[in-house]
Design a protein around this ligand. Structure first.
Ligand SMILES: Nc1nc2c(ncn2[C@@H]2O[C@H](COP(=O)(O)OP(=O)(O)O)[C@@H](O)[C@H]2O)c(=O)[nH]1
Ligand SMILES: [Mg+2]
Length: 294
């Protein structure tokens, strides 16, 4: 997926958003609830300026509800920002989202008033198409499509005074920050060929050993936590029969199995980022988002 983001694509994506934004009343920024920092592109904050924004914390079914609550409180301290945990397929959640749009711009979308125009924006794989499908009730947005495929935009009348742009605004993932990129990989947001599965599994196991040891013990039926992520991965492999001939653990298969189960939510609700985590020395900034422009 990320290999599609060469500079020409970034420029085009940015221009499409800039072109569309003036007509938009509320920006719906879709983030992955498990990693709301790394699944954002800070360029959007700059582009939208003071325009009202709803940060949708999507895939909240896979995240730790307590941490998601902390993120909501944290984001809502920002000017003009509301935050809403969501499951993109859930129609009641979509209804809540539209209601929040109406409260943010009460002068639009009512009888005799101008339509309220909203647009969904985010990096690949956060659930934009799924959310648009739920909002429109039709299969208009292709789920899982590639950034490059996105073409002309249409406005869809949601029949409640709200017009939705049928094509999501696409932003590229910020991969300069290695640890953020690793979390994106763990979440499944960037293609499996683009990173080293074993290192992503080990880094994630290290985080989980620290934050969610009980979930690890329970899922893999471990009596206690091995001394290192490498040992934990080996133990997972042994218990799940990821072995090569001779009985040695196949670490790569164990890593794949672990990441697959994590992404499917089989370990339980897990958040990979929480407010107040120490900032990474090489964390992305708005300036660096601009550097990525061409
Ligand atoms: N568990 C879970 N999966 C979701 C949710 N929303 C989207 N997905 C899945 O995430 C993947 C990417 O979704 P998609 O809508 O294509 O993302 P887009 O690239 O932003 O348009 C798909 O496999 C969806 O089924 C959600 O709320 N919960
Ligand atoms: Mg899509």
């Amino acid at each position: 997926m990320i290999i599609d983001w060469y500079p020409g694509h970034m420029k085009k994506a940015r221009e499409q958003i800039i072109k569309k934004l003036p007509t938009i009343d509320v920006v719906i920024e879709v983030l992955d609830a498990r990693l709301p920092v790394s699944s954002a592109n800070p360029l959007l904050t700059r582009l939208r300026g003071t325009k009202p924004c709803i940060k949708v914390l999507n895939k909240s079914d896979l995240a730790d509800p307590a941490v998601t609550g902390e993120w909501v409180r944290c984001f809502e301290k920002q000017q003009g920002v509301r935050a809403l945990p969501l499951i993109a397929k859930d129609h009641r959640d979509a209804g809540r989202l539209l209601k929040l749009c109406r409260t943010l711009v009460p002068t639009r979308g009512g009888k005799g008033e101008r339509y309220l125009q909203v647009m969904v924006i985010g990096i690949p794989n956060v659930g934009k198409s799924t959310l648009i499908n739920t909002l429109t009730g039709k299969k208009v947005a292709r789920v899982g499509d590639k950034p490059a495929v996105t073409t002309c935009q249409q406005l869809i009348d949601l029949h409640n005074g709200i017009l939705l742009s049928d094509t999501p605004g696409l932003l590229w993932p910020m991969l300069e920050d290695q640890q953020g990129a690793c979390r994106l990989a763990a979440s499944g947001a960037i293609g499996d060929n683009a990173f080293d599965t074993d290192s992503v599994a080990l880094a994630t196991l290290s985080y989980l050993s620290d934050r969610y040891p009980a979930l690890l013990l329970k899922r893999y039926n471990l009596p206690d936590l091995p001394a290192s992520p490498t040992a934990t991965l080996a133990e997972i492999g042994r218990r799940r029969g990821c072995l090569v001939s001779g009985g040695e653990v196949d670490r790569h298969r164990a890593a794949e199995l672990f990441l697959r189960e994590l992404r499917a939510g089989l370990l339980g609700g897990i958040s990979l980022e929480r407010p107040g985590d120490p900032p990474e020395s090489n964390a992305p900034s708005a300036a660096r988002a601009d550097d990525a422009e061409v």
